[in-house]
Every structure is written in C-alpha cells, then in structure tokens.
Design a protein around this ligand. Structure first.
Ligand SMILES: Nc1nc2c(ncn2[C@@H]2O[C@H](COP(=O)(O)OP(=O)(O)OP(=O)(O)O)[C@@H](O)[C@H]2O)c(=O)[nH]1
Length: 339
C-alpha cells in the first residue's frame, strides 16, 4: 500500500521522534516492532531446548527487525527496508518450515499478508509466489498430497484476497489524492497542488530543466461579476482555463492560485521562452470570446524558478510583477530581469 499521503501524521506524532513521518514509515516500524515480541519467545524457548538452528533463525529475524526499526527511525527511508523485511520474513518462514516441518506452516499466512502492508501489491504477490514455490518444494514428499493441495489453495486464496484489498485501497488513495488537488470549478490543479509541485521542484537535488512561474490575474473581474452575475463570472473562469490548456505545452502545469488568479509552471522554459508563452497567452485571452459583448483580458507576472531562492520568493516576485502589470494599465506581461 503505497500512499505517500502524510494525512493523519498527527495521530502518529507520539511515534514520530519529533519529525513528520510518512504513514509507510510508521507502518513498517510498527510491523517490525510487533514481530519482535511475537518471535523472540519462540527463539528463547528453542535456545533453552538446545534447538540451535531454529533458535538462530528466530534470533536473526529479531535482530533484522530491530535493525530495520533503527534504520527507518534514523533515516526515514522505508522502500528498500520494506523489501528487505519481506525477504527476511519469507526466508525465515521457509527456513522454519524446512527445519521444523509442516506444523509451522501457520507462520506462512501472517508473513505473506504482512508483505502487502509494506510493498506495492504486484511486488508482494511476486515475492509470495516465489516463496510458495519454494514452500511446495520443501513440503513435497513430506506431507500427504491432499494436505499439500490444501496448503497451496489456502495460501493462494489469502494472497488473492490480500492483493485485491491492497490494490483497491491503493486505487482509492490515488483517487482521493487526485481529487484533493483539483479545483472543482475549472478542473486545473488547486493551490495545494501548486504548493506541492513548487516544493518538490525546490527540493529535487538532481538537475532539472529550468522552469518559470507565471501568475495570471483577470482584469477588472469584479466588474464582470457585478454586471453579468456570479454564474457568468464562473463561466469566464472555466473558459479561461480552457484557453490556458490550449495555449500551454503538455509539460506545463496549470493551477488556480485563488479566486480569479491562476499560476502556470512552465517547465523546461527559461525567461525568454516563458515570456513568449505568457505573451501568446495574453493575446489569446484578449481575442477569445470568454464573455459575449465584453472584452476580457489578463495580466501576467513571470518569475524564474531560481534554485537559490524559495517557492515563497518565486511567488512573491511573480506577484510583484503581476502588480506592476496591473499598475501599467493591465492586459500586459511583466517578466523578471535575468539575474
Ligand atoms: N464568479 C466568480 N468570481 C470570483 C470567484 N473568486 C473570486 N471572484 C471574484 O473576483 C473578483 C476579484 O475582484 P478584485 O480583487 O477587486 O479584482 P479585479 O476586479 O479583477 O481588479 P484587478 O485585479 O485590479 O484588475 C471579486 O469580485 C470576487 O468576487 C469565483 O470563483 N467565481
């Protein structure tokens, strides 16, 4: 289940160690933390019995789980750790059945379900399928055929149900995430989506194509609302979003910043290319019939998304230039000076 949503992080604050953690981190640490008291008593029991091989498997699993908790706690990295935990679990479970026989096959079920908590469903299913093949190889000849068939069918069903549940939950999370970042009126990204995208761009360490931020504002929009009504104003906003979609490239991202203000991230465009884009957009809006018998224009402020500055500074600069475009008479574009 691979949602990256941080919602609900507040609920886990007591587990966070002072930082905001993703749900995946918390689930992985909880899974490992719960495994330790579940496995440790058996390890101790087998040690006391002098059953060294089984005890070694149990103790190795406990040590691995403790190491994963420390690693995730300190680094916040959970993807490779989740894969390792699943492989440790599967290997430990197979070794236990190999050493102690079919009586320990009950461990297979929780182990396989756990995989769906920490990995994406297809990966969990893949690893569990390999584990099932190994398990059948271990057990064939050691249990009756009908018992082996029962084990295969029940493990298959458990995996099928867990896969469907995990896949469906992932899909729902994705839909919710998408819906939470859309502006319901115009269908473009909302302010939350803009903030996330800007933060991602600012934090990305790998080289990225140079990009610009455009802030657009409808001119004298209050007048449109006052004269033609709010519904007509809404229609203008929807049509403006359509014009923006038509006059931007597929790599550009459009957002509604608030009210009658929009933002565009022009990806792979320097100041000059983004300036041409802004000018083309301004002209397209001025000539488009956004509202019958009433000319509609926009003003645009354009800032370069310079990595030495923060998203707030990009927004502030674009906003300042937008204000300058308004002050200069509207229906205009103001581009930042190249630094
Ligand atoms: N129809 C409609 N109007 C909105 C929406 N959000 C904000 N507005 C209106 O947008 C108008 C913004 O007015 P102002 O901030 O005075 O700006 P303006 O009239 O466009 O003037 P300038 O920006 O200076 O050119 C207000 O009348 C708001 O009610 C919306 O979702 N739908």
């Amino acid at each position: 289940m691979s949602s990256t949503d941080k919602a609900g992080a507040g609920r886990w604050r007591w587990l966070s160690g002072g930082r905001q953690r993703r749900q995946e981190e918390v689930i992985l640490m909880l899974l490992c933390a719960l495994s330790i008291p579940s496995i440790l008593p058996f390890g101790v029991y087998r040690l006391l019995q002098g059953n060294w091989a089984s005890a070694a498997v149990d103790m190795a699993l406990v040590a691995a789980m403790a190491a994963v908790i420390v690693h995730v706690w300190r680094t916040g990295r959970y993807k490779v750790a989740g894969l390792c935990v699943t492989i440790f679990y599967s290997a430990g479970m197979l070794a236990t059945v190999y050493l102690r026989g079919v009586g320990l096959v009950y461990w297979v079920y929780p182990t396989m379900i756990a995989a769906y908590f920490v990995l994406r469903p297809s990966l969990a299913l893949g690893i569990n399928s390999v584990a099932l093949v190994v398990l059948v190889t271990i057990l064939s000849g050691r249990v009756e055929v009908v018992n082996l068939a029962t084990i295969i069918v029940t493990i298959g069903l458990v995996n099928l149900f867990a896969y469907i549940f995990s896949y469906r939950t992932g899909l729902q999370n994705q839909r919710l995430h998408t819906a939470s970042e859309l502006d319901f009126l115009t269908g473009v990204g909302n302010r939350r989506a803009l903030d996330r995208r800007l933060a991602e761009y600012a934090q990305e360490r790998r080289p990225q194509p140079e990009s610009c931020l455009l802030l657009l504002d409808l001119d004298h929009f209050k007048q449109v609302n006052d004269e033609y009504g709010h519904a007509a104003g809404d229609k203008v906003l929807v049509r403006l979003a359509e014009v923006m979609r038509r006059h931007t490239r597929s790599t550009d991202r459009i957002f509604r910043y608030g009210g009658e203000e929009f933002a565009i991230i022009a990806s792979g465009a320097g100041l000059s290319a983004a300036g041409s884009l802004a000018e083309g957009l301004r002209a397209a809006v001025a000539s488009a019939p956004l509202l019958e018998q009433h000319p509609i224009t926009i003003s645009i402020g354009l800032a370069f998304m310079d990595k030495t500055r923060t998203p707030d500074e990009w927004l502030a600069q674009a906003d300042k230039l937008l204000y300058a475009a308004k002050q200069g008479g509207r229906n205009a574009v103001r581009v930042a000076e190249p630094s």
